[in-house]
Unconditional design. Sequence first.
Length: 349
Amino acid sequence: MQGKRLVFTAPRRAELQPFEIPAPGPYQVLVRTTCTLVSAGTELKAYLGAEWGGRNVSYPRSTGYSHVGIVEAIGSAVIGIKPGDRVATLKPHASHVLVDLSPVPVPPSAALPAAQWPRAPDWLQPIPNGVSDEQATFAVLGSVAMHGVRKAGLHLDESCAIAGQGVVGQLVGQLAKLNGARPVIAIDPDAARLDASRRSGLDVQIQAPCAGAVDEVMALTEGRGIDVGFDCTVTTQAFPGLLRLAAFEGRIIVVGSLLGTVEISLYEELQLKELTIVGVHQPKAPGWWHPAAPWTQAANRKAVLDLIASGRLHVDHLISHRVPAEQAPALYEQMAQGPRGWLGVLFEW
C-alpha cells in the first residue's frame, strides 16, 4: 500500500511523493496521519535554503515535526498503545509514519559524549480527551515556548514583552501570563497578528518594530523598562530594540532562530544595565528524566496538551489555514513571501 509524504527536492520546491507504507516491527507503531502543523521558522529555512541563511541545507529532505494521527497497527512488543488511539508524534509531514519505541538499553552517561549516548525512543503521546487533533499539533511548538519561559525564570508580577507574534510568540505570551507576568506586551508590525494576540489574552499590543516601541513600553512600565524580553522572531532586527526596552538587570530570552549578526553597544546596552542574555534551543531540553532536570522534552509536550485540555492554553484562533496536503507547495511559497496573511498552517491528510 502506498502513502504520500512531503519532500523538499530543491530550494523553493516542495513535492508530495509516494512511498510504500511499511509494516511495524516488534517495537514500532504505524500511525495514519490526520493533520500536521507547519513550524514556519524551521521549515522555511529548509525551503529557502541559502536564500534564508540555511547554508548547509541538503536536498532532498523531509520536513516537519508536529504530527497527529490514529494508530493503525502495532508491533508484537508494544504495550500501552492500541489501534484506534489518537496520538501526537514528532514525525514529518506524511500520510503515514512509523514510530520506533524500542527500549533504551542503558541510561545515558555523563561520562560519554552525547554522540555516543543510546538513541532515545521516538516520542509518541496519547492525546487527552477534550483535545482535538488540530489542537494536539501544537504540542511541539508549545514545548518550544514552554522551554523558553522556563529558561527565563519568570517571577510573579514581572513585566515582559514578546517581539514577534507568530505562533511561538503567542504561546510564549500565554505561558508568561500563566507564570504571573504582568503586563505581557505583544510587539509586532502586523496588525492581524496583534489581533490574534488579543484573543490569546496578552495584555497590550504595540504595532511597531521593537525599536519603535520604546516610548510606549516605558510609559507602560513607569519608565523602568521590561524585566524580561522574549525575541520570538527569525531575524536580528528586533534584538537591539529589546535591549533598549530592558530594565536594569533585565533578561533577554532568545527563543526564535535569529539568522545573521547584529551590532550592539556592549557598554551602553549591556553592561550599564547589567543585562542577562539567554539563548534558548528547545532540543537542548533534557531528553531523559533526572531529579535535577525533570522537565524533559516529552514532559513539556505533555504539559502543553494538558494545558490545552484544561482550557488554560488557547490555540484554535492561531490556525489561519487548514488545507489538504496537496496544497502544501503553494502554501510554502506564500509563507516564503513574508509573515503577512498567515499564522498557523495545518495540512490535512
